[in-house]
Ligand binder design. Structure first.
Ligand code: GLU
Length: 301
């Protein structure tokens, strides 16, 4: 049997030594203060045990990892009609790219790039007050994680709102193309707040258990599809590279977190704030790669 605890402590030691830790996101000023030396990893197992190394109990901004939870909610509410407004193909462009959206007439490539996630949030809002919908998103995440303490970091939400010009550009362009239902600022405000949810690796790994198939929060057929999108689109224009190196469905966030699942085996959360050129956690990806290799986890056999 693989000694997972030993693997995790080896990974923790290796990451602690790394000199190139990537660059902390600074386009959201509140995230720029985070110490790049932090590192945490948590692995939730079918037995209910959670193994950890490093700063696994420290909260960080989940940012785009929230898009997995809002997609699950939107599919539950709208089913396949959601796909009239957003595609299911990798984009091959940066997470906040404007270019492709114009050539494809305001239909984002997938729900994990920013434009696609804005559509998903707009779809869940559907005329409801943002406070209610944010409450629903939090409820979903707290239930998935079994932890009522998870909240939104309002300073991060405010910071992104004050500087979120690209997301505003994306949302307004989609509104011009008829792909926004709610007032644009309302959708943006809700999106900025969902991205500012703060969680630790332990909370996030537990929240991913439904994606690993350990509990039946949503139908298994839907879980498979969300996992397929995480694999093909969860790391933006580095999704192919993550599939190659790690071989597991995963979703990154610019706070430096990554959630990945080895179906039937584990839900894994890792956090290292420094990002690579594609906006994914540099050392987080390396840690996931080591873990998947040493534990022998891959969806490819
Ligand atoms: N809130 C971030 C943004 O919209 C999310 C991006 C990410 O985490 O990749 O820019």
């Amino acid at each position: 049997m693989t000694d997972l605890a030993a693997i995790l402590s080896r990974i923790g030691a290796r990451i602690a030594e790394a000199s190139d830790r990537g660059r902390v996101a600074d386009y959201i000023p509140e995230l720029a203060h985070v110490d790049p030396a932090r590192f945490g990893i948590a692995v939730a197992l079918p037995s209910g045990d959670v193994l950890t190394a490093g700063d696994a109990e420290t909260g960080f901004s989940i940012q785009s990892i929230s898009k997995v939870f809002t997609l699950a909610l939107a599919l539950g509410r709208l089913g396949d009609t959601l796909w009239r407004r957003v595609g299911r193909e990798p984009s091959g462009f940066a997470f906040n790219s404007i270019l492709q959206l114009e050539t494809e007439r305001g239909i984002p490539r997938n729900p994990f790039i920013n434009a696609g996630a804005l559509v998903v949030t707009d779809a869940i809002l559907a005329g409801h007050p943002p406070r209610e919908v944010l409450g629903e998103i939090l409820r979903f995440i707290r239930t998935a994680s079994g932890d009522e303490r998870i909240t939104i970091d309002r300073a991060v939400a405010r910071s992104e709102s004050e500087t979120g010009h690209r997301n505003r550009a994306l949302a307004h362009f989609m509104a011009a193309q008829g792909n926004m239902v709610n007032p644009v600022e309302r959708t943006l405000g809700t999106y900025f707040h969902q991205c500012a949810i703060e969680m630790s690796c332990v909370q996030l790994a537990k929240a991913g258990r439904f994606l690993a198939g350990f509990d039946k929060m949503i139908a298994p057929s839907r879980v498979r599809r969300i996992n397929a999108l995480m694999l093909t689109c969860g790391h933006y224009d580095a999704s192919g590279d993550f599939a190659w190196r790690v071989g597991l469905p995963g979703k990154s966030g610019v706070g430096g977190g990554i959630l990945a699942v080895a179906p039937g085996r584990a839900s894994v959360a890792v956090w290292s704030p420094g990002l690579n050129a594609q906006g994914n956690s540099k050392l987080g990806t390396e840690a996931m790669e080591m873990l998947a290799r040493e534990a022998g986890w891959s969806v490819f056999g």
